[in-house]
Design a protein around this ligand. Sequence first.
Ligand code: SF4
Length: 238
Amino acid sequence: MAQIEPTSPSAEEVRAKALADRYRGADAVTVLRAAIEEEFPGDIALVSSFGAESAVLLHLVAQVAPDLPVLFIDTGKHFAQTPIYRRNLAKKLGLTNVRDLHPAADEVAVEDPDGDLWRRDPDACCTLRKVRPLDSALRDFGTWITGRKQFHGGQRVDLPTFEHKGDHFKVNPIVSWGPDEVEAYFAAHDLPRHPLVDQGFPSIGCWPCTHPVATGDDNRAGRWRGSAKTECGIHTRL
Ligand code: SF4
């Protein structure tokens, strides 16, 4: 049987590891300042779903750089409440550079003319409506900030604060926060909730693929319920 040779880490992976080591245990604002002002100035954006927990990281970023580009993927399949929440929250926090990303109309016309691709092939739907629009927007940036947390489980349990995947660095400033810290931050800063949180949605994506969860269930248990799919692909494609 052929041996698989171990590959050496790239220079970018080495840098990400060094940053993760340097900022291990640092608070989120320190990590954000380091990333935005020192390590990747002018070459970094926040990607936000304006979902159930998003207000925390958006509020933190607003303290450091309210004009930071914030990328919101408007899939065309959001609950009606989400774009309203996105507008109101951006205004309340003073974020001045929120950009709405859309799937390409000509691609939607060919690949999802009836709007039901999510039912037939959710991976293809996520690629069309999320992955490609984000890939296109991220060509302008070498680094993006995410709100992923280890307690979300699945592929997120071992996430570091800094990583390098594909062509990009990723910064995860609140990766080690637990649900209690998230709750406490909402309360301390009187942050508005996405309206669906009170209806049993601890994680909010597109309406066809998001369901409420029972008390005690995994936060993301309502996403693509009944299928093996756990991620939309924006974090798992290279
Ligand atoms: S979450 Fe569902 S509706 Fe949204 S892009 Fe993915 S498959 Fe399509």
